[in-house]
Write a protein that binds this ligand. Sequence first.
Ligand SMILES: [Zn+2]
Ligand SMILES: [Zn+2]
Length: 245
Amino acid sequence: MKITILGNCGPYPSAGGACSGYLLEDGENKILIDCGNGVLSRLLEKINNLDEITAVILTHLHSDHISDAMVLRYAVGINKEKGMLNKSIPLFAPAKPTEIFESLQFKDAFVLNTIDESTVLNFGDMQISFKLMVHPVETYGVVVQKGLKKFVYSSDTKYCNAVEEIAKDADLFLCECNVMEIDKTEDTYHLSGKDVGQIANISKVKRVLITHLWPEYNFNDVLNEVKSIFDGDVEIAEEFKTYEV
Ligand SMILES: [Zn+2]
Ligand SMILES: [Zn+2]
């Protein structure tokens, strides 16, 4: 499996940057996981045609994870209408908030499907499942298993048992790291560098990539906070870089 980072910021981009968007590839299968602002233009640099996209998965319906899906629906819907594209793209997302879920549709661009903890998707040899995280809207962490290889993406979450559970023994754990410990409050529904380090230790993660970084931070300070707790393999998820699992 290959994961390409299309955007690593949240909840808004840095200058010239993009929010959450990750292209998961295995053989013919190309799955776009999250589609925040700035992601579509970068996706188009990685593919030749939108019909190469097997499916889109949105982990939750916050704007920094879906705003370019609102534009992708135009690209797919209009190209389909003009006969330049002959398929709708399957899209998987939480059902709530209902009005946002329904607004994803435009001219049959997507085949809309809801996800929950019972959903299992199979694409070639990859099996994808979901776990409810702790965030202000219905949000799912994503587990991708291919044989003995495991890729996990936290999406957005507060520290919880569920995120430790999905990260267990991950070969690659793409984890949000939106705050530094000093700035965390009761109302912070995100993970700090310290949290990520702790999860990586408890869950015996083999390799960690931190993402969903707040643009106002020096990303190396955030990375160093993780490293102060976890002495394993951890890096900043670098935009345009492809990681193998
Ligand atoms: Zn977010
Ligand atoms: Zn969010």
